[in-house]
Design a binder for this molecule. Structure first.
Ligand code: TXA
Ligand code: MG
Length: 354
């Protein structure tokens, strides 16, 4: 299958391309499209067969449910059993935006979309191309990130081409890289206590004034213990992994952390290995060996989030064997950054004492 890539500069001017993409969705086919978080791989969320094509194209285990995207807030109503009052407050505050809300599902949402769960994940993305596509398709769109399963999520059309070229019929290229750069916050509102299952662009600190009882699921920064089943099935798989092995160095003293990374980099280089160092603006000048990428300033965790996946893929392009990465503080968007980084590292974290 030859993949068509359409560059969308303007949703009015490029109306025909979006119309063609919407027609594919209605026919049960797949289209990759930009959102404000990452690129999504979309199919008609109400068509189980169409949704199965997503799992095939990504190589995704089919017990991992998908997020259903809508273009209007009221479009969630037919998809769920009920909308609790405070969910209306949440969507009035944060939609369109990087907040996915889990509610009890209505029968019209097929099991393929929710992997057999009795709940459904819902989100209204804040991106003109995504909204126009959903609107024109006239159906809610189920869309995971448009990467091959296990790889870092795509923040540019080029990343989608790397992973899914000739596997899917169409990619809409939004030109500008996805602004948030990390997937949406997944918030479970289907039970008594609101629970963040996956941290993202809408942070705990932002949710707290509206949901004072919100909590963060314990698996966000920790591996599952044996026999424990995750509330968000996606969190149990290897994720976001570049080809290189990733090791995280955690410490509060930046000098000590950098010294330890330098020591390890030296060791790898002496063994003939290519080393990548994932640093921050504050620590860039502390390193001597290896390929250096800064994620941005520690004072701006949102910008660190937006460059994380592109940096991991960047190291793949350089062809490093190992990536030594600095821990960043897990507050604000830093929690989402560490949730992704720790999975890219397969939970391999080295504590550096100061
Ligand atoms: O920003 C995003 O959320 C992107 C863009 C395309 O919207 N999508 C995305 O989808 O990241 P995906 O499939 O890569 O991640 C969806 C996550 C998975 O961890 C999945 O397990 C969880 O949401 N999830 C989906 N439905 C769920 C449900 N009913 N209960 C618990 N977790 C659910
Ligand atoms: Mg994903």
């Amino acid at each position: 299958m030859k993949t068509k890539v359409y560059i969308i500069e303007d949703i009015q001017k490029d109306d025909k391309a979006i119309e063609e993409a919407a027609a594919l969705i209605r026919q049960g086919q797949l289209v990759a499209f930009p959102t404000e978080t990452v690129y999504g791989l979309g199919a008609n969320a109400l068509d189980g067969q169409a949704v199965n094509r997503i799992f095939e194209a990504k190589g995704r285990p089919n017990d991992n449910p998908l997020i259903v995207h809508v273009s209007k807030k009221e479009d969630i109503e037919p998809l769920v059993l009920e909308v609790p009052a405070r969910v209306y407050t949440l969507i009035d505050t944060f939609w369109p935006g990087p907040l996915t809300i889990i509610l009890k599902k209505a029968q019209i949402v097929p099991d393929e979309t929710t992997a057999g769960l009795s709940t459904v994940a819902l989100r209204m993305p804040n991106h003109p191309i995504a909204l126009a596509l959903i609107d024109k398709a006239g159906v809610p769109i189920a869309a995971p990130s448009a990467n091959r399963s296990g790889k870092p999520s795509p923040t540019t059309a080029q990343h989608v081409i790397e992973d899914l070229s000739n596997i899917i019929p169409m990619i809409l290229d939004g030109i500008v890289p996805c602004q948030v750069g990390i997937e949406s916050t997944v918030l479970d509102m289907s039970g008594e206590v609101p629970t963040i299952l996956r941290p993202g662009g809408i942070t705990l600190e932002m949710l707290r004034p509206i949901l004072e009882d919100v909590r963060v699921d314990e698996t966000v920064l920790k591996p599952l213990t044996k026999g424990q089943s995750p509330k968000s099935p996606g969190m149990k798989y290897t994720h976001y992994a570049p080809k290189a092995k990733v090791i995280i160095y955690r410490g509060t003293n930046l000098d000590a952390m950098a010294a330890e990374i330098n020591r390890r980099a030296e060791e790898y280089v002496s063994k003939g290995k290519k080393v990548g160092i994932l640093a921050t603006d504050e620590t860039m000048d502390k390193y001597k060996k290896g390929h250096l990428i800064s994620l941005g300033s520690r004072k701006a965790p949102a910008s660190i989030a937006s460059s994380l996946f592109n940096s991991l893929r960047g190291f793949d392009h350089i062809g490093v064997d190992v990536i030594l990465a600095e821990w960043v503080e897990e507050k604000d968007e830093g929690l989402a950054v560490m949730n992704r980084m720790i999975r890219a590292a397969g939970f391999h974290v080295i504590n550096v004492s100061s």
